[in-house]
Design a protein around this ligand. Structure first.
Ligand code: HDE
Length: 750
């Protein structure tokens, strides 16, 4: 299958869930029979997992398959049992002294059921609590072998992976499209043990030294007195901290840019952030930064849209990823390396490679592709897989080693330590999702939740009683060996190198690399966030920081806040912009994009043709009609109604008609007879207006043009009209390839 292309049949199945009810099930095809309305009376086999849900991995800590069906399909056997396996005859009534009597303490089934329920929740991650995961495969290109001997980077080597995306600040139940950094953590189950690349969608971090991590997180989390606001940085403690702690400026610039509100996990870049040390087969070392490049390009939401989604569909990013995988539109990223010589200074072109608040522009060190990641399988059980996955920077394989970046060093401690309270003990690597796919022979013993039944009597070395087992690996057995890195002659200090104190050159580099529309978004984001702060001093202090970055940025934000531009003696260093940092100006694949089509009985043939073309192009058409179900006898089925559809779901909108207000519509304020728009359902007009404001492509043919005329958008940039459905759709596709119609609102900043 060509990567990135959608399997049409699978896609149709996924988007046309409603059709399944209309169309008869296919005998013998798993999952095609809809569940019965009545409670079953005869035991029957469990439904097999869907094709995209074959996890979790079923390899024991010693590498033996544990694929016994009773474990894989736990809780799906023929009879309901206690956790000890005794069959139950009733689970709906507690054992009582008579029908109306008190409940008996001897009801061991009641006590077990409630006891287990009481302990279903585990502590959420202290950061990155809100996340979503999927399985996939990584295939090496073999292009990294001159710098890195890791087996999984070898030519054509296939490695199973599990990826968890996340936001940082919000709690586990918070919304997906908040302004925040996104986590992009990948576990590679390699032939040499697990390698975890625990990155973000922003290539720099708030702090240079891990000892400050509790400070930045305490500042970003909700205020401790009232626990408000949830999953937001737009509040006083956050801006209090970052305005006084200027090494955060670079990260904050990225956060306030469109990178802080991705359109989808599928359209995010990922970065390892730190510099790693690579080793090749000859033992030569190089320094490197990891990058994930999405095949679909890097795309974002607009701020108003992101805020609306948080209410209308707080699971937007989760749903997007799961639907894409289910439909066969597998998201893909290329793994790339920026490679630098491993010199004693550990700098490149004057940039300190141990400072995680700095990037190396791609124009100076190109990102070289070394492999392809494809996410192709959804989880079968969110808790077992996504919630229990435990990433750790110390999960390294031969060929990849750490550097002395003080942020990296602290993380090596934190990711083990945090699991002790989150996963309640030291045996979390025995949880199926964390198990390596190679034999484990670790001499670690006992502890809470020990699943292994270790044989032998000598979990120590040296021993004779277990025949000397296990033996340490020789060089030819490919062990992980730390690079014998010479240490600088040094004195024990609590200090950073002088190069770490340049906090403004790279934020300025980022700002100057953005296009006008992206700059405008940054200005609005700063103005919004600071506008939400109560303390005047915080706003003024942050304006002084912005003045160090760029006078235009500072002046524009000051104008929005209604504050004077601070007099700051800023002396910015000269920087060369990096075009690679801008997200706009190119054409990208449209795979998996959602196109809403407002349907009217007027031209159903046109709708059918466009729908087929959308499906054939690997996108998802969603038909929107006044009511759900079949549309007349056309064979088409409405997947959304005016009640369930909202513009935020669509990347582009097509109008095949302008249906009149339905009986359940709240009339528009100017709905008096003859007023523009009175003839069209107000929810259709709202969809048009929102798509227009959010710079989305809009198209209409036939009577669909009435809705456009009523909202006054006809003739505006990115609005295609005509009589022929196919021609209108072709125009729409050109617009969609550029993601959004930014020309609609020319930026005032250059
Ligand atoms: Fe994390 N981080 N972090 N972080 N981080 C965690 O580990 C921490 C940092 C990142 O999907 C925690 O298992 C410290 C940078 C991701 O499960 C915790 C420091 C980057 C995830 C932790 C950092 C990250 C985490 C919470 C400063 C980008 C989610 C739960 C030294 C390169 C992983 C857990 C997942 C999670 C600590 C800095 C990314 C507490 C102390 C820099 C993607 O261990």
């Amino acid at each position: 299958r060509k990567p990135g292309k959608v399997v049409k049949a699978a896609l149709e199945k996924a988007v046309d869930k409603v059709t399944e009810v209309v169309n008869p099930p296919i005998p013998g095809v798993p999952n095609s029979e809809p569940p019965s309305l009545e409670e079953p009376t005869e035991p029957r086999g469990p439904l097999p997992p869907k094709g995209d849900q074959n996890g979790p991995e079923t390899v024991s800590p010693t590498g033996a398959p544990t694929g016994a069906p009773q474990i894989v399909n736990a809780q799906q056997g023929e009879f309901l049992t206690t956790s000890a396996g005794a069959r139950l005859y009733d689970t709906d009534h507690s054992l009582k002294a008579g029908e109306r009597g008190p409940t008996l303490l001897q009801d061991h089934h009641l006590r077990e059921k409630i006891m287990h329920f009481d302990h279903e929740r585990i502590p959420e991650r202290v950061v990155h609590a809100r996340g979503y995961g999927a399985h996939g495969v990584f295939v090496g290109y073999g292009t990294a072998t001159n710098v890195c001997k890791s087996a999984f980077l070898g030519d054509g080597v296939e490695t199973p992976v599990f990826v968890r995306f996340s936001t940082v600040l919000g709690s586990r139940g918070s919304a997906d499209t908040v302004r925040d950094t996104r986590g992009f953590a990948t576990k590679f189950y390699t032939q040499e043990g697990n390698f975890d690349l625990v990155g973000n969608n922003i290539p720099v971090f708030f702090i240079q030294d891990g000892i400050k991590f509790p400070d930045i997180i305490h500042a970003g989390k909700p205020h401790p007195d009232r626990e408000i606001p949830q999953a937001q940085s737009a509040h006083d403690t956050f801006w209090d901290f970052v305005s006084t702690h200027t090494e955060a400026t670079h990260h904050v610039m990225w956060n306030m840019s469109d990178r802080g509100i991705p359109r989808s996990y599928r359209t995010m870049e990922g970065f390892g952030v730190h510099t790693f040390r690579l080793v090749n087969a000859e033992g030569e070392t190089a320094l490197a930064k990891f990058h994930w490049k999405p095949k679909l390009g890097v795309h974002s939401l607009v701020w108003e849209e992101a805020q609306m989604i948080n209410g209308i569909d707080p699971d937007f990013h989760r749903r997007d990823l799961a639907d894409a995988i289910e439909s066969g539109a597998y998201p893909q990223w290329e793994l790339g390396l920026q490679i630098f010589p491993d010199t004693p200074r550990q700098t490149f072109e004057g940039i300190d490679l141990l400072d995680s608040t700095k990037i190396v522009p791609e124009e100076l060190a190109p990102v070289q592709p070394v492999g392809l990641l494809t996410l192709n399988r959804n989880t079968k059980n969110f808790f077992a897989e996504t919630e229990q996955v435990a990433f750790h920077l110390g999960n390294l394989v031969p060929g990849i080693d750490v550097t002395d970046d003080p942020l990296f060093q602290s993380r090596l401690f934190s990711y083990l330590d945090t699991q002790l309270s989150r996963l309640a003990g030291p045996n979390f690597n025995q949880i199926p999702i964390n198990r390596p796919h190679v034999p484990v022979n670790d001499m670690l013993r006992d502890g809470f939740h020990q699943h292994a039944v270790h044989a032998g009597v000598a979990p120590y070395r040296p021993n004779t009683l277990d025949g000397g087992n296990p033996f340490v690996a020789k060089a030819e057995d490919r062990p992980f060996v730390e690079v014998a890195q010479p240490l600088p002659k040094a004195v024990k200090v609590r200090q950073s190198p002088a190069s770490f104190s340049d906090h403004f050159t790279q934020p300025r580099l980022f700002w100057l690399s953005l296009s006008p529309v992206e700059k405008e978004h940054v200005v609005r984001a700063f103005t919004f966030e600071l506008g939400k702060c109560y303390e005047q001093a915080i706003k003024e202090r942050q304006l002084r920081v912005l003045a160090q970055v760029d006078p235009v940025l500072c002046a524009e934000v000051a104008r929005g806040l209604g504050l004077p531009v601070p007099a700051v003696d800023a002396r910015p260093k000269k920087v060369t912009p990096s075009p690679a940092l801008s997200q706009v100006g190119q054409t990208w694949p449209t795979d998996g994009r959602l196109i809403g089509i407002v349907v009217d009985p007027a031209d159903l043939d046109g709708v059918r043709t466009v729908r087929e073309t959308i499906l054939a192009g690997g996108m998802v058409p969603l038909l929107i009609a006044p009511t759900g179900g079949p549309i007349g006898d056309s064979g088409l089925v409405a997947q959304r109604t005016f009640l369930t559809a909202r513009s935020i779901e669509f990347d582009a909108l097509l109008l095949a008609g302008s249906p009149p207000p339905g009986p359940d519509a709240i009339p528009a304020r100017d709905a008096k007879a003859g007023a523009p728009g009175a003839a069209v359902d107000p929810r259709v007009l709202l969809m048009v207006e929102e798509c227009y404001r959010h710079a989305k492509a809009i198209g209409a043919w036939g009577t669909g043009r009435v809705a456009l005329d009523s909202t006054g958008v006809t003739g505006a940039p990115g609005v295609v009209t005509g009589d022929d459905a196919t021609k209108v759709f072709t125009g729409l596709m050109t617009l969609l390839g550029a993601h959004r119609v930014w020309e609609r609102f020319p930026a005032t900043i250059s």
